[in-house]
Design a protein around this ligand. Structure first.
Ligand code: FES
Length: 138
């Protein structure tokens, strides 16, 4: 039996089937009323995220620390700009990650802040893979 909508809104974990999400595609789901972006990253996007000099980043974090080992193609982040809370647009901006049109913050393909006023990376919510194609958030 699945939890009803009010239980989910109150914070129950949600399961997301990733199998329909094509490489290069992003989807948005909601968990605890927050938008969660799930990106099926291309090889190029992963390579770009890992080619960065981490020490040069405003909020230094490796790409490996932001994804699950063995599922490196999947990026899962809370889609709320760390500046003032707008919802960034996926697959936009000069780093092919996320762009927040409110004040111009630009995040990369790992959801890390690269330009603009946002002080920190898009947070990674608690989640786990329950199978190769399904995650549980929360
Ligand atoms: S809220 Fe995103 S840049 Fe200001």
């Amino acid at each position: 039996m699945n939890p009803d909508a009010s239980t989910i809104a109150a914070g129950a974990p949600i399961e997301v089937d990733l199998s329909p999400v094509a490489e290069g595609q992003d989807i948005k789901v909601f968990w605890r009323g927050k938008p969660i972006y799930i990106s099926h990253r291309t090889k190029k996007q992963i390579e770009e995220a890992r080619a960065v000099n981490v020490a040069s980043l405003p909020d230094p974090q490796t790409d490996e620390a932001r994804v699950k080992s063995g599922h490196d193609q999947w990026l899962v982040v809370i889609g709320i700009c760390t500046h003032l809370g707008c919802i960034p647009i996926a697959h936009e901006g000069s780093y092919d990650g996320f762009f927040c049109p409110c004040h111009g913050s630009v995040y990369d393909t790992s959801g890390r802040i690269r330009q603009g006023p946002a002080p920190s990376n898009l947070p990674v919510p608690p989640y786990q893979f329950v199978s190769d194609t399904k995650i549980q958030i929360g």
